[in-house]
Design a protein around this ligand. Structure first.
Ligand code: PMP
Length: 384
């Protein structure tokens, strides 16, 4: 029998859209992919070279369970340089992507029935990490006009004796919105509980700069990784920063469940943090050009973008004047317009009526995809 817990895991709808798009491609259709949340760039050469060099030097054994000391030190140096916060290597766990460290953070803090405060909409996998660790979700509906940010009074109302942590994500998937220092300070004022801050899109910011929760409190678990900023999704490398008292337990969790992250890939991670600055600048310039173009075109078509997205590589566009059922609409757009898009409902009921467009594809593709979308809206009588 399949366990009751396993049957509760929700599926990642974007993957279903991608599967549909691929099925159409196999039939010879040409699809523009704006559903995928994955950089289109290849991994910078300085990073690939470091991995090859590490392999040549036979860096192919287990590492320390928390990760290579050199990489953990580079992560500490990065947080010091970027955010002026001082952390030490005992507070860092390196694993195979940010996804596993999300699970390990939940395992470290949740007992059966404990609650995590989470926004609706949000990144769809979060809920399953909470469930896997025996926790429960306490969802707060956020509203588009406020950039889908928590309201202080809603958090205060949602807190119960079972609350263990408040989860935040800035720059945000799916909205692309970056929280201000003031908003982070307000969340940090609830630090009788832990704050879990998913900072995986840090660095991908086109106006101003993302602030880290660690600038405001040290009762925080920070999730970060290499997938997005360094175009390293397939390398599987991420990390967790945690309060010092969790050091021994994190080591024990990782020893048991993973032993260690891949060693030669950790050496590549050091190169990413220390040598890939120019590559990041190049990718940022291109993402920003695409972002501006996409916002302009979607707005011209009649989608509403309530708060300008200034981070990550997504635009979360309000299409409620065109449709109510984002799931149906996303599949229709994929099949009829030949453009893959992610339905807002993937991110929770609070995302219904929205579509997420990813600009992690070339400007040329974005232009063609949006032309097709516009034509589809005309053909279906949604716009003139
Ligand atoms: N958090 C968010 C908000 C994401 O969008 C993703 C990837 N889609 C992840 C975490 C997981 O990233 P990875 O496991 O590749 O580090």
């Amino acid at each position: 029998m399949i366990s009751k817990r396993a049957t509760q895991f929700t599926s990642f709808i974007v993957m279903d859209v991608m599967a549909k798009a691929e099925e159409l491609e196999r039939k010879g259709e040409h699809i523009i992919h704006m559903e995928v949340g994955e950089p289109d760039f290849t991994t910078p050469g300085v990073i690939t070279d470091a991995a090859i060099e590490a392999l040549r030097q036979n860096k192919t054994r287990y590492t320390h369970a928390l990760g290579l000391l050199e990489l953990r030190q580079a992560i500490c140096d990065h947080y010091l340089k970027e955010y002026h916060v001082s952390i030490t290597p005992e507070q860092v766990l390196v694993s195979t992507g940010t996804s596993p460290v999300l699970l390990f953070a939940m395992l470290a803090i949740l007992d059966h029935g404990d609650e995590i405060i989470i926004s609706d909409p949000r990144y769809p996998c979060y809920q399953n990490f909470v469930l896997a660790a025996g926790g429960r979700l306490r969802e707060i509906r956020t509203c588009p006009e406020e950039g889908f940010q928590y309201r202080r009074e809603d958090i205060a109302r949602a807190i119960s004796p079972n609350t263990k942590a408040i989860l935040i994500n800035s720059p945000c998937n799916p909205t692309g919105i970056v929280m201000s220092g003031g908003q982070l300070a307000e969340i940090a004022s609830f630090d009788r509980h832990y704050i879990i801050s998913d900072e995986i899109y840090h660095g991908l910011v086109y106006e101003g700069k993302a602030r880290s929760i660690l600038e405001f409190t040290d009762r925080a678990f920070v999730i970060n990784g290499f997938s997005k900023l360094y175009a390293m999704t397939g390398w599987r490398l991420g990390y967790l920063i945690f309060p010092r008292k969790f050091s021994a337990i994190m080591q024990r969790i990782h020893q048991n469940f993973m032993i260690s992250a891949n060693s030669f890939i950790q050496w590549a991670g050091i190169a990413a943090l220390t040598k890939a600055g120019n590559d990041v600048v190049r990718m940022l310039r291109l993402y920003d050009e695409r972002r501006r173009y996409m916002i302009r075109r979607l707005t011209e078509m009649g989608f509403v973008i309530h708060v300008e997205p200034t981070g990550a590589f997504y635009v979360f566009a309000d299409g409620r004047k065109f449709f109510n059922d984002s799931y149906r609409e996303a599949f229709r757009i994929t099949e009829e317009a030949k453009v893959g898009v992610t339905p807002g409902i993937d991110f929770g009921p609070g995302g219904e009526g929205f579509l997420r467009f990813s600009y992690a594809t070339s400007l040329e593709n974005i232009k063609e995809g949006l032309n097709r979308l516009e034509l589809y809206l005309k053909k279906t009588g949604k716009i003139r």
